[in-house]
Structures are given as C-alpha cells and as structure tokens.
Design a protein around this ligand. Structure first.
Ligand SMILES: NC(=O)C1=CN([C@@H]2O[C@H](COP(=O)(O)OP(=O)(O)OC[C@H]3O[C@@H](n4cnc5c(N)ncnc54)[C@H](OP(=O)(O)O)[C@@H]3O)[C@@H](O)[C@H]2O)C=CC1
Ligand SMILES: CC(C)(CO)C(=O)C(=O)O
Length: 333
C-alpha cells in the first residue's frame, strides 16, 4: 500500500517522513529546491517531547514529477490553499481512480476545490492541529501538540494502524466542517503572528497581541452565528470563551491558559513562514474567508478585512513588524 504526499513542505515532510520512518511506502512530491536539500543533507524529525529521528537522503524518496502519484493508494494533499486546484489537476491526471485523497490543509474551502475537480473520487477533509517549522539543518520540528482529525470514512480503516505507529493517530469525526471552522478561528492568529514578526509563544504571551486576536475571533463568531455555523472546540477552551480568555492580563492568562502556551519557543505560524520566504500567504483563505462570508450575508467584518489588507502589504515587502498596540489601532481604525 503506497502513500504519496503532494506538496511536501513543512507539514507534508513531517507527516510523510514520520510514516516513512514507521515503515510505510511513501513518496514525497514537491519542489526541486526541497528535493536537493533532502538528497544532500537528509532530514531530521523532532518534536517538543524530545523526538530526534534522522533519515538519510537516500532513505527519503522525493520527486518533482506528479507521475509518482500513479502508484499511490492514499494521497495526502499538503499544498497551500492557492495551489489546491493545481494539486487536484495533478491527481486527476495521474492517480488511480480508487486512490483515497485526504486534504491536510487549513481553511474551509480547499475541500470543495478538491472535490469539484476530483468528482467521482473519495476526497476527505482533515485537520492538522500542530505546528511544523523547518529549522536549520533540514530539521522538521513539530512545535506544538494535538492529534490529526479526519472526516470519518470506511476507506480509512486500512491506514489507521500505520498512522498510529507513526505517532500520528487519526481521530475520526462526523462533522469535519465544524472542526475546520473551529481551526479557522485559531488560524485567525496566523496573520497576527506574521505581522508581529515574533515566535508564536512570545506573541501569545503579550496581551496587546491577544487583544487583536480576540477582536478577530469575536467578529468571526458573530459572522458564523449569523450564517448558522457552529464551530467545534479545538483548543481547551470553547470558541465562545476564547475572546474573554485572550483578553485576560498576562499574569492570569499564563496561569489559566497554560495549555495554549504549551508551544515550543521556536514555533512560528505557517503565515510567518510564508512572509519570510517571500511567498504569498493564505490570508485570503483564513481571515478572507470570514470577510467573504460576512459579505455574503450583507455584513462587514472590518477587523478581518483590515488585517487581510495588512498581510497583503507585508507580502509586497511594504510593512515592518507591528507592535500589538499599533496592530490593534490599525484593526480598529
Ligand atoms: N506549517 C504548519 O505548521 C501548518 C500548516 N498547515 C496547513 O498545511 C498546508 C501546508 O502548509 P505548509 O506545509 O506549511 O506549506 P509549505 O509551503 O511548507 O509546503 C507546501 C509545499 O508544496 C509545494 N507545492 C505547491 N504547489 C505544488 C505543486 N503543484 N507541485 C509540487 N509541489 C507544490 C510548495 O512549493 P512552493 O512554495 O515552491 O510553491 C511547498 O514546498 C497549508 O494549508 C497550511 O495552512 C496546517 C497546520 C500547521
Ligand atoms: C498550528 C497552527 C495553528 C500554528 O499557527 C497553524 O495551523 C499554522 O501555523 O498554520
């Protein structure tokens, strides 16, 4: 039984290489730059619980060509949101019709894009709760905790033991859309984190940034409520409690929300990683999804709209890191 990871960057390499290390037949499909780095240096898997597992370059099949999809029975899609359509057309062109496709992407719209371009195939949505950062020395570090959640389906049965063995147990759930909306609420922090220029832990330790996130989440919750969407609880605190929790003074927050700060000091949001690498970000698929949903209901989501514009300015290199106070002012302007 073969697995292909399509779009092997931070998440794809961590998940794919963990499966490989557990004995699975895995091929990673991605860019020449990453293939070169892995071929010459191999890679190291690490996590905040102290894992350190080295794979040499010749132990990691990494290809640029989507032709590697042809042998796959399971395809994990790990491209960023803007590349979902390209991923779907590669899968449509190369993969066996019976291959199971699982999206490990953030955002709520990727699954629809994949399904509409892969009609007749089984395409499941999943949610990655943890953070992966690529660090020096080709180290792929899982910098926070949590278990993968995936839409319940009989087709997952043959894969469950393997994922468990790889340290990535799959939690099946009935209402993945609610889970994805719940995750999206947390991902509203990606933009705050990217604009802060700070590591996640240090950003979330500062009330000034948490107030920005509280504003974004509160606004998003009002839009979801108006749309009749009930986001699932992803963090220890339920979605509706999050704004009040985030606004607590630092000394209290660090005590009552200790699990939220159980993140490696090195962890950075994927959006921060995109800005650093001068790539376009997923902001249109995260904060932008709230803005579009609001518009569809003839409402506005001004704070999410403003932060989306700020991230676009940062993508063009037109913005220095913002203090929490400056960002809050910009979101309320
Ligand atoms: N990083 C994290 O901590 C987390 C990320 N996620 C989500 O997971 C998804 C993946 O994120 P992440 O791993 O950080 O992203 P990365 O950008 O690190 O990895 C995606 C990789 O796919 C490559 N790619 C894009 N299009 C193609 C294509 N057509 N063929 C081959 N390769 C392609 C990209 O190359 P290039 O850049 O050159 O286009 C990139 O190397 C996103 O939706 C993200 O939001 C979810 C939870 C945590
Ligand atoms: C894990 C988390 C929430 C970290 O910010 C993430 O999803 C991301 O970086 O995109």
């Amino acid at each position: 039984m073969n697995i292909a990871v399509f779009g092997a960057g931070a998440v794809g390499i961590y998940v794919g290489a963990s499966l490989l290390a557990a004995g699975a037949d895995v091929v990673l499909i991605g860019r020449a730059r990453m293939r070169g780095q892995i071929a010459s240096q191999g890679l190291l898997l690490s996590d905040l619980e102290g894992r350190r597992q080295r794979l040499e370059g010749d132990q990691v099949p990494y290809q640029e060509s989507p032709s590697a999809l042809a042998a796959a029975d399971l395809i994990l899609v790990t491209v960023k949101s803007a590349d979902s359509a390209a991923a779907a057309s590669a899968i449509a062109g190369w993969a066996k019709p019976a291959a199971l496709v699982v999206s490990l992407q953030n955002g709520v719209g990727n699954i629809d894009t994949l399904r509409s371009l892969l009609a007749g195939r089984q395409v499941l949505a999943a949610m990655v709760p943890f953070n992966v950062v690529q660090m020096e020395g080709n180290r792929f570090h899982r910098a926070s905790g949590g278990e993968l959640m995936v839409e319940a389906a009989a087709g997952l049965e043959p894969w469950l033991a393997l994922f468990r063995q790889a340290g990535l147990p799959l939690q099946q759930c009935q209402d993945i859309a609610a889970v994805q909306w719940g995750k999206l609420l947390l991902n509203l922090n990606n933009a705050v984190n990217a604009l802060s220029g700070l590591a996640l832990k240090s950003e979330l330790s500062q009330r000034a940034y948490r107030r920005c996130l509280a504003l974004l989440i509160e606004e998003a919750l009002a839009v979801l409520r108006a749309a009749g969407i009930h986001p699932a609880r992803i963090a220890k605190a339920g979605p509706r409690l999050l704004p009040a929790l985030l606004r607590l003074p630092d000394a209290i927050f660090t005590r009552v929300a200790a699990t939220m700060l159980k993140i490696d000091p090195e962890a950075r949001s994927s959006m921060w990683q995109d800005l650093q690498a001068r790539r376009l970000t997923e902001v249109d698929y995260l904060n932008g999804a709230i803005v579009r949903l609001a518009e569809s209901l003839a409402r506005d989501a001004p704070a999410n709209r403003r932060i989306t514009a700020l991230v676009h300015a940062a993508e063009q290199g037109g913005l220095q890191p913002l203090s929490g106070a400056a960002l809050y002012r910009a979101l309320r302007a």
